[in-house]
Write a protein that binds this ligand. Structure first.
Ligand SMILES: NC(=O)c1ccc[n+]([C@@H]2O[C@H](COP(=O)([O-])OP(=O)(O)OC[C@H]3O[C@@H](n4cnc5c(N)ncnc54)[C@H](O)[C@@H]3O)[C@@H](O)[C@H]2O)c1
Length: 249
């Protein structure tokens, strides 16, 4: 077990990737706290974490609400006495041609994909600095590094996720000497349930753009999170890691 005794906060833990990540972190020995809007989905993830014999706690909270996040995370930190791993996975895109985009769509995307990362990281970081140990792993997107290669008309999402990359690099430098690493994944298309809506033609067109001809497997993404959280990654920080089969090359 690479994460024996670690305490991990996972945002978006009710979602497709967050659930697999939470279960995988638990399988490696970590207790997990899940944060998400979806209380029912959190319970389902909690069952998977508990089935690994690890502790589970959760909060159904809107991560765009700064005060609510400080309160929810404050309770977790008080209960555990600290947090070792933060996985910022909550988010999601919206498409709109730029010339028709409303201000509400723009700001909602910033709130959901970027400001939420600020809110949770701001709440967790003081305990990591106090203990001089922490691993922050963010999930951005191929959209942030290659524009519309995966999803067209996603400028707001791409901009917000590019912000997550900027936050990652700047924070990595700021906290490196205090034992905290900060890295970001940039996944391409993952084999999550959302892709089941693809027509065969759409799937074929997508795979034709990906050099490996493979969708990303959530289990492989979760293994990458485990590596970045593990002792082996102590000297890895500020990295933007594409998980996209070469799609963004
Ligand atoms: N699935 C992919 O192919 C893919 C590719 C690249 C990047 N990503 C990114 O990976 C992350 C996870 O994706 P997923 O496929 O698991 O998506 P998902 O929709 O299954 O899960 C996202 C979760 O985030 C939660 N969430 C969204 N806004 C929230 C808010 N304001 N407060 C609290 N919770 C909120 C949702 O409730 C949901 O459970 C997202 O950030 C997404 O942008 C996914």
């Amino acid at each position: 077990m690479r994460l024996e005794g670690q305490r991990a906060v996972v945002t978006g833990a009710a979602g497709a990737l967050g659930r697999v990540i939470a279960e995988t972190l638990a399988a490696e020995g970590a207790d997990v706290a899940g944060l998400d809007l979806d209380a029912v989905g959190l319970d389902a993830t909690g069952e998977l974490v508990r089935a690994q014999g690890r502790g589970w706690t959760s909060a159904a909270v809107d991560l765009t609400d700064f005060d609510a996040v400080q309160e929810a995370v404050g309770k977790i930190v008080a209960e555990w006495g600290g947090v070792d791993v933060l996985l910022n996975g909550a988010g999601g895109g919206a498409v709109s041609p730029f010339h028709e985009m409303t201000y509400a769509t723009w700001t909602t995307q910033m709130d959901r994909n970027l400001n939420s990362v600020f809110n949770v990281t701001r709440a967790v970081l003081p305990s990591m600095l106090d203990q001089r140990h922490g691993r922050i792993i963010n999930i951005a997107s191929i959209a942030a590094v290659s524009g519309g290669r995966l999803v067209r008309n996603a400028t707001a999402y791409a901009t917000a996720k590019a912000g997550v990359i900027g936050l990652t690099k700047a924070l990595a430098i700021e906290v490196a000497a205090q034992g905290v690493t900060v890295n970001v994944l940039a996944p391409g298309a993952q084999a999550t349930p959302g892709r089941d809506r693809d027509t065969p033609e759409r799937r074929e067109a997508l795979l034709a753009q990906i050099p490996t001809r493979l969708l990303g497997e959530p289990a492989h993404l979760a293994e990458t999170v485990v590596f970045l959280a593990s002792p082996a990654a102590v000297n890895v920080t500020g990295v933007v890691l594409p998980l996209d089969g070469g799609h963004s090359i």
